[in-house]
Design a protein around this ligand. Structure first.
Ligand code: CMP
Length: 145
């Protein structure tokens, strides 16, 4: 069993549509532990660093515009194989192709306005975490308190 941490964003479309509670609820019910939670409005610099792996992609400029278009909610989730489990739960990038029962499959019809983001690897998690959080934002083991 490999306990991992992953970073999830509820993107501006998800916040505007009032889906924050729905998204968090799904992860909590799955058994993933919320370790950090923050609402913020990303700056352009933060967005460019967060999505730096996509810098050369044709959609990069639109992606930065979109993610800075309104407030987002960021969270750190922890659990066994959290990175792959959360990726399964959010579904394919394109909401039109995401399976029903996944977050994007149930709530998105677009590749850009796709409600959520989740880390795709431990390396992505480290970079994304540093953009949004600092170590003192992470709450440790509270299950037995
Ligand atoms: P996300 O999981 O946040 O990671 C990168 C984002 O780029 C992706 O979700 C999409 O919202 C966005 N994006 C916009 N256009 C495209 C595209 N053509 N292919 C892949 N991702 C895209």
């Amino acid at each position: 069993m490999a306990v991992e941490r992953t970073l999830v964003l509820v993107k501006p479309d998800g916040v505007r549509r009032g889906l924050v509670g729905e998204v968090i609820s799904r992860f909590e019910k799955k058994g993933l532990k919320l370790r950090a939670l923050r609402m913020l409005w990303m700056t352009r610099e933060q967005a460019e660093e967060f999505y730096s792996v996509h810098r050369e992609k044709p959609f990069f400029r639109d992606l930065v515009e979109f993610i800075t278009s309104g407030p987002i909610v960021a969270m750190v989730l922890e659990g066994d194989s959290a990175i792959s489990v959360v990726r399964l739960m959010i579904g394919s990038t394109d909401g039109r192709k995401a399976a029903p029962g996944t977050i994007r499959g149930d709530f998105a019809l677009s590749i850009q306005d796709n409600v959520v983001h989740a880390s795709d690897s431990p390396e992505s998690f480290e970079r994304e975490f540093r953009v949004v959080f600092s170590e003192e934002d992470v709450v440790g083991d509270y299950e037995r308190c």
